[in-house]
Design a protein around this ligand. Sequence first.
Ligand SMILES: C[S@@+](CC[C@H](N)C(=O)[O-])C[C@H]1O[C@@H](n2cnc3c(N)ncnc32)[C@H](O)[C@@H]1O
Length: 391
Amino acid sequence: MKLFVMNMRKSIREQYLQLLDREPTLDDLDFYADEIQNNKINLEQLSLILKNSSEYTELQKKEISQNKSIQIDTYNDVRIQGQTVSLGYRESVERYQEILKFCKKFNRPISVLDLGAAEGYFTFRLSEDFSGVFVAVEGDSKRNLLDSCKKNNNQNILLLEKQMNLKHLQNLKEVQHFDIVLALNVVHHFDEPFQDVLELLVSMSSFCFFEHPNSLENTATKNSSRLKSEKLKLEKFLPQLLNKNKSGLGDAVNQKLERNMWLLKNTESKTIDRAWRGTEKYDEEFGPDSHIDIKSNFDEILIDYGSRNEKRNWIQGIDLRTFLENNGVYPTNDQVLDMINSMNTDNARDLGPHNLILNGHELLPIDQDDKFDDVNTKEKLKSFLIQSGLL
Ligand SMILES: C[S@@+](CC[C@H](N)C(=O)[O-])C[C@H]1O[C@@H](n2cnc3c(N)ncnc32)[C@H](O)[C@@H]1O
């Protein structure tokens, strides 16, 4: 009997925490324990009573308006034509200084994937300061990133307007490599295990800047309960702590909690695993361990075809098929068509879109010495893209 009463009180308390986000008073506990014990109500009915209270209604309203304001608030600073035109609620400048310092180590063009780019502050700053290709991925069109890309008109930026899941990232990893991935405050937005998402992001890069909420953050932060239960293992990425920055989110206490920004290193092999998404993986086609190796350092980046005994420079960018399949919206379709029209196709034998590397201002055909393909002229390429629903 005693155990029943204790469990009952525990259940009443849990309901208070869950529905009203607070501890019950002793009076509350006594009152409802008594009601339940005397069979006047049961636990399900208690839940209904709490949900019908004005306190619960007020809390719901607050949560909805908080979520709304998160959605419309500017997250990072808006950067147009080299000027910061409005500030985000998260600090961006100090974080960028760390990224800038590291990127200066490269004596060559770089490729960067900015996952969950929000207003695109980091992509725009990098594209102003470095040569290379800068790929922003953002699932929320209300961030107006396409509009900012058009206003900035930088020739080295690609925008994928896509809400990525783990499978999309896996598809991307199999065909692409980036010198740097920016995974700033985005991994905790995923439904899949955070560790799996992070491992995939590191595997498609040489270095990864990773910022993740503080596990003490409350429900103002997305997936806050998972932040407490899913502890990340960073050791194998040789983590370097670069920076600590306030969350800026939720109530006064939550806003002050600091988030760590890490530099992580890919200490394992860097590979391309298949020619394009719709074809077999190299190890299925040519046997175990078959893949293309990426050999890169701060001075050069090469691809090593192992079996073919061939090494060549890696061309920075994303192949046109992967760009369009992932809702590449910048450069725009019209700009892509212009690039097709002005592409050099002197030695063209296979103009399949997976053989055309898009770098923001031109399309560069690769692998033109291999097989002769049906799609081998600009006109055939355009019809192919239209037929496959890609353009
Ligand atoms: C908290 S903001 C972080 C912005 C920026 N990385 C920074 O740290 O300043 C997260 C952004 O990632 C976007 N996002 C979240 N999950 C995403 C996903 N799976 N694919 C693409 N964008 C995503 C959200 O729409 C939001 O704009």
